[in-house]
Design a protein around this ligand. Structure first.
Ligand code: ADP
Ligand code: MG
Length: 398
């Protein structure tokens, strides 16, 4: 079975409606869950993301009318972009078409690499939910970069591509994001999580149990934060301040014993403690996963959530409620572990559960509804492959 048929079909249909005919290239790239290792990427830490079976598909063709146009099927929005070669001097899009800044950022990245970027027609469709912590933004930028590299025969992939997408998002999307999300999207492998050292960008693949045995449930807290709302940037500043106060370049270079002797101001100490412990936890969790010890892995997820809630202060009552409901079921009820995933301040909770047990998602959602008088949407995701061009022979029929 070709896993991406429905999204690819939507992208093709949208392209035909908007621009007529067919694109020359379809690029796809997945969203991701971060299993453990949150808010440590910008401290050169270790993270354990996994690319998932949800994709953004970018349909791209060189345009004959001299314009750069982009259509988002998900936002039902058409944007006209300035010449990417002059992007640095062009004003950013605002309002309904603000999303197109990400596309411009990607094209500008190619231009900066010395690639001539001709006028393009671009259509996007995604089944990564937007703003829910599953990194729809990385799926978006990486799928576009994958498609454009193919259309323009530009040799850009892997880590340099991820870096370019990171720059697109931070400079053009106004979000100072790390490289982790685009890297997971670009390099992910089906049936594997990725242990990433954010300092060296060394990647090790760790087998993840098949979906017939372990389920990954993603609950949308319904609070859609945006990373550009300032609180993410605030945490980054606090982490920088903590590193400076501790006299290290990055918190990666600090250990807990040393941290305790430093007597940093209380807030900075809490932020640093999260980072230091979380980095260590990722290493331990990856070992647990290698040994296929899901109960131990779940314990590290629980610790990670607590640390994000208490020391790093990025959780919300909704996220905490979802985690509490999952924890109440416990291993006896088929739940290994639960934690918020993504930057926090809203977004999603992931629950790792025994796939042979029925009704876990329904129970957690019902518990959430009792408290918040609205259901928490949830879905089951699996691991999925990293970004690739979809060969024309495998395009769904229009
Ligand atoms: P997340 O990455 O967790 O989903 P973000 O706030 O980082 O949340 O990214 C969401 C943003 O990414 C959207 O607001 C939009 O700007 C952009 N985006 C993602 N997918 C699409 C899409 N299919 N079409 C247009 N814009 C998209
Ligand atoms: Mg994002």
């Amino acid at each position: 079975m070709i896993p991406h048929v429905p999204v690819a079909a939507r992208a093709l249909a949208a392209f035909a409606r908007r621009f007529g005919g067919k694109p020359t290239v379809l690029g796809r790239a997945p969203g991701r869950v971060n299993l453990v290792g949150e808010h440590v990427d910008y401290s050169d830490g270790l993270v354990l993301p996994m690319s998932i079976d949800r994709d953004c598909v970018s349909a791209v063709r060189v345009s004959t009318d001299g314009r750069w146009r982009a259509w988002s099927e998900d936002l039902r929005s058409l944007a006209e972009l300035p010449d990417p070669a002059a992007a640095a001097r062009s004003p950013r899009a605002t309002g309904d078409t603000a999303w197109s800044n990400l596309a411009l950022g990607v094209l500008a990245g190619f231009a900066r690499e010395g690639v001539r970027v001709p006028p393009l027609e671009m259509a996007f469709a995604s089944d990564v939910p937007l703003g829910a912590g599953l990194s729809s933004s990385a799926a978006f930028t990486v799928s576009l970069a994958t498609a454009v590299a193919e259309v323009l025969s530009a040799p850009l992939f892997g880590i340099p591509m991820a870096r370019m997408c990171q720059e697109a998002e931070s400079e053009f999307g106004g979000v100072p994001c790390g490289i982790l999300d685009p890297l997971s999207s670009a390099l992910g492998r089906a049936d594997h999580a990725m242990l990433v050292d954010c300092r060296s960008l060394d990647v090790r693949f760790v087998p993840f149990p098949p979906s017939s045995r372990v389920s990954l449930l993603v609950f949308d807290s319904g609070v859609h934060r945006s990373l550009s709302d300032g609180r993410y940037a605030e945490r980054r500043h606090e982490v920088e301040d903590a590193a400076r106060a501790a006299g290290v370049g990055m918190l990666r270079d600090l250990d807990e014993t040393k941290l305790r002797t430093l007597k940093l101001p209380a807030l900075l100490e809490r932020r640093a403690r999260h980072v230091v412990r979380e980095i260590q936890r990722v290493q331990l969790a990856a070992n647990a996963l290698r040994r296929d010890d899901m109960e131990l892995f779940g314990l590290f997820m629980a610790q990670s959530h607590q640390s994000l809630r208490d020391d790093f202060a990025v959780s919300t009552p909704e996220l905490d409620a979802l985690v509490d409901e999952a924890r109440a079921l416990g291993t006896a009820g088929g739940v290994y572990g639960a934690r918020l995933t993504g930057a926090g301040f809203g977004g999603s909770v992931i629950v790792l559960a025994d796939a042979t047990r029925a009704g876990i998602g329904e129970r957690i959602s019902a518990g959430f509804e009792r408290r918040f008088k609205r259901p928490a949407g949830w879905q089951r995701v699996s691991s999925g492959p990293g970004a690739a061009v979809i060969p024309a022979a495998r395009w769904p029929a229009a």
